[in-house]
Design a protein around this ligand. Structure first.
Ligand SMILES: C[S@@+](CC[C@H](N)C(=O)[O-])C[C@H]1O[C@@H](n2cnc3c(N)ncnc32)[C@H](O)[C@@H]1O
Length: 267
């Protein structure tokens, strides 16, 4: 079915809408565009980071299908833009979850008639609501490996809500051979990048409903507790299984340090 565009005119910017603008999608509204342009002004490489994130997602999903995983639970999935999981892993069972109703409505219209993929409303902060949702349990067989995808969403969960505990709740019911995929805003190592990121975070948090919490590699590493990290481990997202065998990291690229990515195996 044809992509319907945004269902409703929101007046406040959301992470989903800003992300859609950064990726060149068509589901954002004026408030998202304004917030995205403001954040681009403070960090002009934001859209490149959004693209790095989607490319990391695609490489991780291809890796997972290569090791036999054919079920995906994508929480904080956002609008379908720049190739979603069911397009990268056709034939796999996919459940998209987001707490932004419009992303769910748009996704459901796109997925209408697709017996292998659906989209449901759910909040990452309430695991039981997602794990017990009959549409989730009807689509995914938890007796077999499932990939839990948490891409660019855990950085919206503050420490007070114990994001590591939340991740554990999602991992507990997963069968051996399941995987956890995380990308997460990184605390940059060098002072100049940190200053740029501080300014970007300030502008972003001022204009968007969600609040962005960068974390160090050690902090993000804690989310993988109970899994075995797939080599090369938790690294800058662009460096995780680069598609080009001749890939050489561009150390001059200031957007490099902004996003961490990793995949852990359960059991
Ligand atoms: C930056 S976008 C990332 C989208 C997609 N995962 C990706 O990597 O391209 C973050 C998404 O997470 C969603 N989100 C934020 N907090 C959430 C929560 N507590 N529960 C469910 N979704 C959430 C937002 O609505 C948005 O769609």
């Amino acid at each position: 079915m044809q992509d319907p565009g945004p269902a409703a005119e929101r007046t406040t910017a959301t992470a989903a809408g800003v992300w859609d603008w950064l990726l060149g999608g068509r589901h954002h509204v004026a408030a998202d565009r304004e917030a995205a342009i403001n954040s681009q002004r403070s960090f002009p490489l934001a859209s490149r980071v959004a693209k790095y994130n989607r490319e990391f997602l695609h490489r991780a999903v291809r890796y997972l299908t290569g090791v036999g995983v054919d079920q995906f639970l994508d929480i904080g999935s956002g609008y379908p833009v720049a190739a979603s999981v069911h397009e990268v892993a056709p034939g796999s069972r996919v459940v998209y979850v987001d707490y932004e109703q419009d992303t769910v409505d748009v996704s459901r219209r796109i997925l209408a008639g697709n017996p292998h993929a659906t989209s449901v409303h759910g909040d990452l902060r309430a695991p039981e609501g997602i794990l017990a949702n009959p549409e989730v349990t009807g689509m995914l067989d938890f007796g077999r490996p499932v990939a839990l995808l948490l891409l660019s969403v855990l950085h919206f969960i503050p420490d007070e809500l114990e994001p590591a505990r939340l991740v554990r709740s999602y991992l507990e019911p997963l069968a051996p051979g399941s995987h956890l995929v995380i990308s997460h805003g990184a605390e940059p190592a060098d002072e100049r990048s940190r200053r740029l990121q501080n300014e970007w975070t300030r502008v972003y948090n001022h204009s968007v409903t969600e609040q962005f919490h960068r974390r160090t590699a050690a902090e993000v590493g804690e989310f993988f507790a109970g899994t075995t990290l797939v080599p090369p481990g938790l690294v800058l997202a662009q460096d995780w299984h680069p598609a080009d065998p001749a890939y050489i990291p561009d150390e001059e690229d200031e957007s490099r340090q902004v996003l961490l990515g990793g995949v852990g195996r359960v059991g």
